[in-house]
Design a protein around this ligand. Structure first.
Ligand SMILES: Nc1ncnc2c1ncn2[C@@H]1O[C@H](COP(=O)(O)OP(=O)(O)OP(=O)(O)O)[C@@H](O)[C@H]1O
Ligand SMILES: [Mg+2]
Length: 400
């Protein structure tokens, strides 16, 4: 300590210069920096920190962070939020804290920060310093990459599902073909046997023998059942092939109703008997499209409708022509979509179905496919009443 006024003024001058130098150093940093002393007073804060959190118009130095009253200028919506934030930076109990903050106001930004104690040579804690970095760009890039990755996985999954379905259909086709033709032979043979039993020179004790009557009844019944079973398998195979349509990876003129029907057959087991399906198909010309992709759209919409009706309900499919457009209207009487979710349902990853049930990609893929077809997809919904998706497709598709 000195009592010489000249010396005191020189010392003050040096402190001021040092302080200014410190401030310039801190302000040249790309990260936000704030130093809080052991009593909770803000001692140093640089411009980047103020900019990051929207405190440009506040003089933070000297403020007590434990009783911090944020002004309207900061990014925190509630005064309690900013108070909590400053208290956390001052949480001297932890040696180091690391956090990431997702701020939404005035624009969304993600800030990563860490805070650590400042100790003197004797190990006494003097305060806490924290460094704050804007990582919004990195986080957005990471989110975009994740999204692109899931889209890719999903479309690869659909492509391999298509190949699998086509492969299975092909494999079943040959054996069922032979069962079907053997069945035809059997039907004809049993028919001839019946003709013989009915003819004049068949001894009546043979024709009317109870054992013969019983066996003939069984044979004819089995043949009828086999015929129905074969027809059903053949229809399923046709639908599987129709769904996969790997041979039609190009743009084609197709009958939309065939696509709707075959896709419906494939999801039938999910709708079971609890859901009544009402079809109201209007007059539609063949539409130029990628049929396998449109079938994916129908599939996603049917599955969503089925999942929205956990008990009973009605799925209605209506089609009609409106000028140069085909309209496909798919409605359910399910749980509906709350209005605050309506703008989010087409976002990749948005799902209300819990882990393992939905990936939230269904509708985003539908939207992409329909946009690629120069069409549009609209939704209307009322909670507790149901949901209607309307797909609008140009009948003549120009361009890509
Ligand atoms: N018909 C509907 N009724 C009620 N809510 C629906 C209906 N269709 C979609 N949703 C809502 O939209 C969300 C997003 O649907 P989307 O098809 O994109 O994903 P998901 O069905 O959840 O999962 P994924 O299709 O990947 O299995 C659903 O989680 C649901 O909340
Ligand atoms: Mg879905």
């Amino acid at each position: 300590m000195t009592s010489d006024p000249q010396e005191t003024s020189n010392l003050e001058q040096s402190y001021k210069t040092l302080h200014n130098l410190m401030e310039s150093i801190l302000d040249s940093s790309l990260d936000g920096i704030i130093l809080v002393d052991e009593e909770g007073k803000i001692r140093l804060v640089n411009q980047v920190f103020k900019r990051l959190y929207g405190f440009e118009n506040c003089d933070l130095v000297g403020m007590d962070i434990l009783n911090f009253q944020s002004s309207a200028c900061c990014c925190f919506r509630q005064p309690e939020e900013s108070q909590k934030f400053f208290k956390e930076i001052f949480a001297l109990g932890d040696p180091v804290i690391r956090r990431e903050l997702d701020l939404t106001q005035p624009v969304r930004k993600v800030i990563s920060f860490y805070a650590r104690p400042v100790v003197d040579r004797e190990g006494k804690i003097l305060g806490r310093i924290s460094i704050h970095t804007d990582v919004t760009v990195e986080r957005n890039l990471q989110a975009e990459m994740r999204e692109a990755q899931t889209q890719l996985i999903q479309s690869e999954k659909m492509a391999s599902l298509g190949m699998l379905v086509a492969g299975i259909a092909h494999e079943i086709n040959t054996p069922i073909g032979s069962i079907n033709s053997n069945n035809d032979i059997l039907v004809r043979a049993v028919g001839k046997m019946r003709d013989f039993l009915n003819c004049a020179h068949c001894p009546s004790e043979v024709a009317n023998d109870p054992e013969v009557v019983k066996i003939m009844g069984i044979l004819e019944e089995i043949n009828r059942n086999n015929r129905l079973a074969c027809d059903r398998i053949i229809t399923i195979i046709r639908n599987l092939k129709n769904f996969a349509r790997l041979d039609e990876a190009e743009r084609k003129q197709v009958n939309i109703h065939e696509g709707l029907d075959s896709t419906l057959t494939l999801v039938q087991h999910q709708l079971k008997t609890r859901i009544q399906v009402i079809k109201e198909y209007g007059e539609l010309p063949e539409i130029e499209c990628f049929p396998n992709q449109l079938n994916q759209v129908f599939m996603n919409l049917f599955v969503n409708a089925g999942q929205a009706m956990p008990d009973q309900g009605t799925l209605s499919i209506k089609t009609f022509r409106q000028g140069q457009y085909a309209k496909i209207v798919i409605s359910d009487t399910g749980i509906g979509i709350p209005s605050e979710n309506l703008s989010k349902i087409f976002d990749p990853g948005f799902t209300t179905k819990g882990v393992g049930v939905g990936t939230g990609l269904g509708l985003s893929i539908c939207l992409k496919i329909i946009q690629d077809h120069h069409g549009r997809i609209d939704v209307e919904s009322e909670v507790g009443k149901g949901t209607t998706f309307t797909v609008t497709l140009p009948i003549q598709n120009k361009g890509a």
